[in-house]
Design a protein around this ligand. Structure first.
Ligand SMILES: [Mn+2]
Length: 243
């Protein structure tokens, strides 16, 4: 990480760590949080937005040393002596943790979060609300890849199920467009003004203009690519970064 620009950061956004799952990178994420800590109670950002699916599910038995350390680190960011705050936005995987997190990590869990930096207005929400795949197939979308591979192997000569899954995966390639269209439509319906919107959920980090609003996705930390996160400077400049 680039320490030079540490103090220019107003907001850090990160999502889709799926901590507690086999593919999660809890040690790396703990290091990431530590990198921002300048001294006791002093952080190199004003706020960190945990944009959903931070934890994979409510199974504490899968939590290792670093999952607990991360919860402690989030609690420290929200200490009243700290210069920063942490905001947790629920995702479709960690929504069951909402009540618990508000107590254990000392953080309120929100459906969406709006904030300003100077004249610029921002909104963040996880994005599953606009994913038709999750809406129509809430259980199926949670099936991990190794099960898909297994299905393909045992699907035999007809491949009906594999073909069905493949068709659905094609939609997945356009998932950011679908979420971007959904979130911008939502803004208009709710009469919310925003210069930029931030979502997670799709695991694909990118930014593009959608109907006059900048759409950014925070990507993921689950190994499809280098871990990604987003920073916003005190002048409102947005950057997508690799960790
Ligand atoms: Mn999600």
């Amino acid at each position: 990480m680039n320490h030079q620009h540490k103090n220019d950061i107003h907001t850090v956004l990160v999502s889709d760590l799926h901590l507690g799952s086999r593919i999660s990178r809890s040690k790396d994420f703990y290091g990431f949080l530590e990198d921002f800590q300048v001294s006791k109670n002093h952080y190199g950002f004003s706020q960190i937005v945990l944009l959903g699916d931070i934890f994979d599910d409510l199974n504490f038995s899968k939590f290792g040393k670093f999952e607990w350390k991360i919860i402690g680190a989030i609690r420290k960011i929200n200490d009243r002596r700290s210069n920063a705050k942490a905001i947790w936005i629920r995702g479709n995987h960690d929504e069951a943790l909402v009540d618990l997190m508000s107590h254990v990590a000392g953080v309120g869990v929100l459906d969406e979060f709006q904030w300003r930096i100077g004249e610029k207005q921002f909104l963040a929400m996880h994005g599953d609300q606009f994913d038709k795949w999750v809406i129509n197939w809430p259980r199926l979308s949670r099936i991990p890849d190794w099960i898909f591979n297994f299905i393909q192997k045992v699907d035999g000569k007809y491949h009906h199920f594999s073909r069905f899954i493949k068709q659905k995966s094609k939609t997945w390639l356009h998932i950011n467009e679908e979420v971007a269209q959904g979130v911008v439509k939502y803004l208009k319906e709710k009469k919310i003004t925003a210069d930029a919107v931030f979502c997670g959920h799709t695991h694909i980090a990118e930014g593009f203009l959608q109907d006059g609003v900048m759409y950014y996705n925070t990507g993921s930390w689950t190994g499809e690519h280098a871990p990604t996160y987003i920073t916003i400077s005190h002048t409102g400049e947005v950057q997508i970064k690799d960790y």
